[in-house]
Design a binder for this molecule. Sequence first.
Ligand code: SF4
Length: 232
Amino acid sequence: MEIKGFIETSLIDWDGKIVSVVFLPGCNFRCPFCHNHILVKHPEQIADVPWERIESFLRGKKGWIDGVVITGGEPTIHKELMPLLAKLKGLGLPAKLDTNGSDPDQLKRIINGGLVEFIAMDIKASFDGSYDLACGVAVNKENIRESIALIMSSGLDYEFRTTIVPQYHDLDSVENMAREIKGAKKWVLQQFVQTNADDEGLRSLPPYNEEYLEEMRKRAEGLVERVVLRGI
Ligand code: SF4
């Protein structure tokens, strides 16, 4: 399958673990704040990373690497995702999947197949018109809700996460999102970084300050077990 990036070791992509990270190209969303827009929109500009190189590294580092993160882009748009996860399982390596939650059927197969240990799913915005604006496309919100329910009932470790962009989020929208994932174990509110946002108009938009993000975090407390801020 097409692999467009590989980080040999990362300490920040799976809490508490030393992992390798595999980047898959393309995405069915067009989030204006996306940092990986070349990978999403012009993957042909990025050289392929041969699987054989990755496999050789992972075999050589057995015992040193705790797992592998599959990210993108959006990994679930690829029909080769399950075979890739199966290969990692065959190597004895736990996998974490990053997803926008748009394909609950694929998620269900992956969960039922025991192919991942951790799922991180984006909650992009409040489930009204904002969701489509934050994703840059019309999104089937029922698919998103189905993915949330699947993940929460999977028995796997997981987190939901939201990049907080002043254009799309305020205190009320945070509360609305928290109600959509009510009872979830963990929700990460990530600071927005303007540089390299896909939409050039967002590159001059100041992010919220830490105090306001803390207010957001408190607004969601009580609806979600643990709400954490990241990137501040
Ligand atoms: S879902 Fe993720 S990869 Fe896809 S456009 Fe949005 S931020 Fe970028």
